[in-house]
Ligand binder design. Structure first.
Ligand code: ADE
Length: 248
């Protein structure tokens, strides 16, 4: 999986991605990360890449041409590295996009190359979006100062789906959203922490009871925090009886 990021703040992306699990995967060669500084493609020669919006309004707009040139250069480099005529997907991070979801992470993880376009200021000239972007993605209903954090959020979630990125222990964990249920709570030593004991069933050594307790905690959390997910979940009779007992 090769990530390419077009941004005005390459150091932000590199710092974030070269840390922790994604950093380890990059060092191992399971992932690669290349950033492209859009400012290097300024057409005015002074590093400027933004201008006033036509029609007026607050803020500045990132111009089409520097982004287009950065993209053309990047595409040529990617095509130079591969035998086939690849045309990678270009993801533009914007609150106006489709909301990111675990299923999307799974879909994107099947690609060999992904290009992210991070906007800043008030936006990006629509014409370059129309001409190069294949996917517009939002990471939630709030507005951030730029697309760098959303791009990192997406790359992190996608990386976890790439074989070998997570160790067996890491990937063996059951996952929130994988079956439309939230994850159950976890506990570690000590057995009693500041007067709070670990739920006794977890110390019982009875696997059947522990599994049932995990399942019930997942159901409970989902009901409390994300009840709409339960409609999609695969529930058996025992699950339904448990949920009904809660509402009594
Ligand atoms: N850029 C600014 N806010 C954003 C968001 N919520 N998602 C994706 N890109 C953004």
């Amino acid at each position: 999986m090769n990530f390419y990021v077009m941004t005005l703040f390459p150091e932000m992306i590199e710092q974030g991605m070269n840390t922790s699990i994604t950093g380890r995967a990059i060092a191992k060669g399971l992932l690669s990360l290349k950033t492209v500084n859009i400012r290097d493609y300024s057409v005015t020669g002074n590093g400027r890449i933004d201008d006033y919006p036509y029609g007026g309004g607050a803020g500045m707009v990132m111009q089409a041409e520097p982004i287009y040139r950065a993209y053309e250069d990047l595409k040529a480099r990617i095509q130079g590295n591969s035998d086939a005529q690849v045309c990678p997907r270009v993801i533009y991070l914007t609150p106006q996009g489709r909301v990111f979801h675990q299923n999307m992470a799974q879909e994107f993880a099947k690609e060999e190359n992904l290009i992210f376009l991070c906007g800043h200021y008030e936006g990006v000239d629509e014409r370059v979006i129309e001409s190069i972007v294949t996917d517009q993605v939002s990471i939630g209903d709030y507005v951030l100062t730029g697309g760098e954090l959303p791009a990192m959020v997406m790359m992190d979630a996608i990386s976890r789906m790439v074989p070998g990125v997570l160790s067996n222990a890491e990937s063996g964990q059951s996952e929130s959203f994988s079956d439309h249920l939230l994850e159950y709570p976890q506990y570690s030593r000590p057995e009693v922490w500041r007067d709070r004991p670990v739920p006794p069933v977890l110390l019982s050594g009875h696997h059947g009871k522990v599994d049932r307790w995990h399942r019930e905690q997942s159901l409970l959390r989902t009901l409390q925090n994300r009840p709409e997910l339960l409609k999609e979940a695969d529930l058996d009779k025992t699950d339904i009886a448990f949920l009904e007992s809660l509402s009594k």
